[in-house]
Ligand binder design. Structure first.
Ligand code: ATP
Ligand code: ATP
Length: 525
């Protein structure tokens, strides 16, 4: 029996004439680990929704063909039954968490199925251990960091002991070291578990899978054994998937398997010159901050930060290191009834530590991972004018037009921003932030869940902003993005700054803090 068997599948979302996914035949063996990759919107999530039964049980549309999971037809099996054989960790963990404490959340599935209490406790302990969150027993789910939340969802799926486990972009919020630990553990369960991992970043997941499937424009366009990956490198790259540079060189040099050391030797032998990306050294320091943040007597951040005009600074660190808390404290949006914040935040000499958020908003703003949370109106034009009017800018119509043109939004000026693509929504949010007059953008994980081309556009847009003198701080787990675009990298561990410098300087010793250097850096080092 196959773990997954698909024949003649087509799915049409309600009201759409073309199918979002078409698969003639696809078989996944029991115990196999498969990576499903492809650019944003290619149909990956639609495909996995047809495997876990979200389609057709929770999504309206027309499903043609057959999908069997461990012999059960997804059409004829209710979701409550399917959830015991196939578990899914979604990209957006917040939407999946419903309980007050971590252990309640993890126990939720087996409790609903009326398992005996001793069995529930045993399963909860086991899955919290696998997900690396045993220390979070008793914690309220609303106080968790993004990565801790994603691990909680993973544990809650594992308690059902599903034979097929689907992870939709599991590395988007989990730090690289954590991702490796989780995948290694899951791989040890081989033979018992079938793993289906949806991910844009092939390199991250490749060590843990047997097979790579590319979905492009709603169809499976490559289905390769891991050893054949180089044959598909260019196809993957042109389908918008992030493929490391050494794969492309390996293919050029006729190397059979993508081995970084072999490729490095050949680069030297062939006299290929590879440089690090250009960094800039800005001159005007604009901000000096020292922050100590406590919650319930426990110090979670003790951090100093200097910022210069026109630079792009990246902050990296393990899950729970204190990155989000530090950014929110700078912007003045941490709830002071819960967190105690002391220290100093000086913007061009002016002390802001006791100033309210609206006042600091003149200089800096916190942008959450989901830009959508920042959109307040139903028209692109109004969105940008709103920021200008708040600042009482008189010629707001003219200036808003200027911003819309700059951000390539003019043709969408009358559209509802929430109905635009992710890239377009991001540009609306950035334009309205700049229209509000800020000089420093504090961006929390803007690279998370973005495909390669979206990340490249984001990097280029941020570069254009820094060229104009804006300062951008980006919290991210994506070391390739940092290597490609940041001028400076700061690593935080346990709330403290432990490394700082140009990305290529920091990556030399970042592994000890759980940050794996990107292979593009290693190729040049
Ligand atoms: N509920 C829906 N109703 C209508 N169309 C949808 C719905 N969900 C997805 N689509 C469309 O189906 C196509 C495939 O989307 P899907 O979410 O499967 O892509 P994806 O490869 O998983 O993308 P991402 O990497 O961004 O998650 C896209 O064009 C998308 O706009
Ligand atoms: N209200 C709270 N009560 C207890 N602990 C808290 C509270 N708020 C934050 N923490 C803890 O403080 C630490 C820092 O959290 P923060 O969200 O800043 O981490 P992060 O570095 O942004 O992590 P991630 O990469 O997972 O998003 C975490 O261990 C978190 O659990």
């Amino acid at each position: 029996m196959y773990a997954v068997e698909i024949k003649g599948l087509q799915f049409f979302y309600l009201g759409y004439p073309t199918p979002a996914i078409t698969v003639d035949e696809l078989f996944i063996e029991k115990g196999e680990s498969v990576l499903i990759t492809g650019r944003s919107g290619s149909g990956k999530s639609t495909l996995v929704s047809c495997i876990n039964g979200i389609i057709p049980h929770m999504t309206s549309g027309d499903l043609k063909g057959e999908v069997y999971v461990l012999g059960k037809s997804i059409k004829d099996t209710p979701l409550s039954k399917l959830s015991t054989v196939v578990g899914t960790v979604l990209q957006d963990p917040e939407s999946q968490v419903v309980n007050y404490t971590v252990e309640e959340e993890v126990a939720f599935g087996p409790e609903n199925l009326n398992f005996p209490p001793e069995q529930i406790v045993e399963r909860v302990k086991e899955s919290m251990e696998i997900a690396g969150i045993s220390h979070l027993w008793g914690r309220e789910t609303t106080t968790l960091s993004g990565g801790e939340l994603q691990r909680t969802v993973l544990a809650s799926v594992l308690t059902m002991r599903p034979e097929v486990l689907i992870l939709d972009e599991p590395t988007s919020n989990i730090d690289p070291e954590g991702t490796n630990q989780i995948f290694s553990t899951l791989k040890d369960l081989r033979g018992q578990k079938t793993l289906i991992i949806v991910e844009h970043k092939v390199e991250r997941v490749l060590p843990f899978v047997d097979r790579v499937i590319l979905v492009d424009k709603g169809k499976v366009s490559l289905d390769l054994e891991k050893d054949e990956i180089l044959e598909g490198a260019e196809t993957l790259h042109s389908a918008g998937v992030e493929v490391p540079e050494y794969f492309i060189y390996a293919k050029k040099f006729g190397v059979k398997s993508p081995d970084l050391d072999t490729v490095k030797k050949l680069i030297v032998q062939n006299n290929v010159k590879l440089e690090h990306p250009k960094r800039r050294t800005p001159e005007n320091k604009i901000l000096t901050a020292n922050l100590r943040i406590n919650v319930k007597e426990k110090q979670i951040v003790d951090f100093s930060l200097d910022l210069w005009e026109g630079e792009l600074v990246a902050i990296m660190g393990k899950n729970g290191a204190g990155k989000t808390t530090a950014l929110k404290a700078l912007a003045g949006i941490l709830d002071t009834s819960e967190y105690s914040i002391t220290g100093s935040i000086k913007y061009q000499g002016e002390e802001l530590i006791n100033k309210p958020v609206w006042y600091r908003g003149k200089y800096m703003i916190y942008m959450p991972q989901s830009f959508d949370l920042m959109l307040v109106t139903n028209q692109v034009r109004k969105e940008i004018e709103y920021s200008l009017k708040k600042r009482k800018v008189k010629n707001y119509r003219e200036i808003s037009e200027k911003y819309m043109r700059e951000f390539g939004l003019f043709e969408y000026r009358d559209r509802d921003p929430t109905l635009l693509s992710m890239g377009e929504r991001r540009r609306v949010a950035m334009a309205s932030v700049l229209a509000s007059g800020v000089k420093i953008m504090l961006m929390d994980e803007p690279t998370s869940g973005q495909d390669y081309s979206n990340k490249m556009s984001l990097g280029k847009e941020l570069r254009q902003l820094t060229d104009k003198g804006y300062t951008v701080v980006v919290v991210t787990h994506d070391s390739k993005f940092v290597y490609d675009f940041a001028d400076r990298l700061i690593v935080i561990s346990d709330g403290k700054k432990v490394l700082e410098g140009r990305p290529e300087e920091v990556f030399i010793s970042s592994s000890r803090y759980g940050i794996n250097p990107p292979s593009d850096f290693l190729l040049r080092w």
